[in-house]
Design a binder for this molecule. Structure first.
Ligand SMILES: Cc1cc2nc3c(=O)[nH]c(=O)nc-3n(C[C@H](O)[C@H](O)[C@H](O)COP(=O)(O)OP(=O)(O)OC[C@H]3O[C@@H](n4cnc5c(N)ncnc54)[C@H](O)[C@@H]3O)c2cc1C
Length: 277
């Protein structure tokens, strides 16, 4: 049997200056910021793990050096501005609002912004960037991650069909960080608490799984880069390759989240742009 393959979605990337409409604590360590305003017009969101680049003001000048829109691609200024990647937790076309869930942690630019940005202030947002389309031939989903992956896992669970089968595991600090989620009947959700003396890691969790033989399994995993290494090793040992999985380091302990696109990525955008022209 040929294994089904996930494929990359494609759509243009847009830059927008959005307004901070509301803020609420979903849990003690998760802050939801709702963005909107007139520039949300034309915003689209299609896939559960879609993410956007949030462009922050320079702490010294207070100015944001946002990229400029050039057709379907963005021209980024040099040096590259301060950006962080965040998932689209929810988009409501009417009234035109997008929720972003921020994990609150010590010493983070985005984490601080999420807690203190004044209501009515603005933030430049690039994206969402296309992610992968997982075809329905994958009859079993394994969705695992820490709280930075929770916005995407919550969306996966909301968007899977009622008869979906799979397992999900989310590692959070303690039981107070659990969120009520829509979970299809055939999916088993486990919360892993770091506060437990005998806490089970994501890597240990996946080794307890027995995958079905009657259908293909898709593995989606995200979280702290080091914690995902054993998940990747386990997936490869099950014969689950890159086309049947997406295992992404969302942050790295001791290193900030500045990500400058590679020359290849910039070139790809330019080539797409030239083709579109
Ligand atoms: C595609 C993608 C989607 C993402 N979606 C989300 C999302 O929806 N919600 C979300 O909260 N995060 C998400 N992340 C992770 C987020 O981008 C990083 O955690 C980012 O580093 C946070 O930026 P910061 O400015 O707050 O901290 P930084 O300035 O980047 O880091 C400062 C310090 O904090 C540490 N740190 C960073 N993140 C955490 C954390 N979560 N817990 C503890 N320490 C941390 C760093 O190691 C560093 O030492 C996503 C990442 C990617 C790549």
């Amino acid at each position: 049997m040929t294994e089904p393959r996930a494929r990359w979605a494609e759509w243009p990337i847009k830059i927008r200056e959005l307004e901070v409409l509301r803020r609420e604590h979903v849990t003690p360590r998760m802050v939801r910021v709702t963005l909107g305003g007139p520039n949300i017009a034309g915003f689209e969101s299609h896939l559960p793990d879609e993410h956007m680049k949030l462009v922050f003001p320079d702490p010294e000048t207070g100015r944001t050096r946002a990229p400029t829109q050039d057709g379907d691609h963005l021209d980024w200024p040099s040096p590259f501005p301060l950006t962080r990647e965040y998932t689209v937790r929810r988009y409501r076309p009417d009234p035109g609002e997008v929720d972003i869930d921020f994990v609150v942690h010590d010493g983070g630019l985005a984490s601080e912004w999420a807690q203190h940005a004044p209501i009515g202030s603005t933030l430049w947002v690039a994206g969402p960037r296309p992610s992968r389309i997982v075809p329905p031939e994958f009859g079993f989903h394994v969705l695992v991650g820490d709280e930075t992956a929770l916005p995407a896992i919550a969306r996966w669970l909301e968007e899977l069909p009622d008869d979906a089968r799979g397992v999900a595991a989310v590692e959070v600090a303690d039981p107070g960080e659990e969120q009520p989620l829509r979970v299809p009947e055939g999916v088993c959700l486990t919360w892993l608490h770091r506060s437990n003396a005998d806490a089970v890691s994501l890597g240990e969790f996946v080794t307890t799984l027995t995958l079905p033989e009657d259908t293909a399994t898709y593995v989606w995993a995200a979280g702290e880069a080091g914690a995902l290494k054993p998940v990747r090793t386990w997936a490869r040992a099950q014969g689950i390759g890159k086309d049947q999985s997406d295992i992404s380091g969302y942050w790295r302990r001791g290193r900030n989240g500045t990500v400058v696109p590679t020359v290849g990525e910039r070139l790809k955008h330019t080539v797409t742009h030239l083709l579109v022209r």
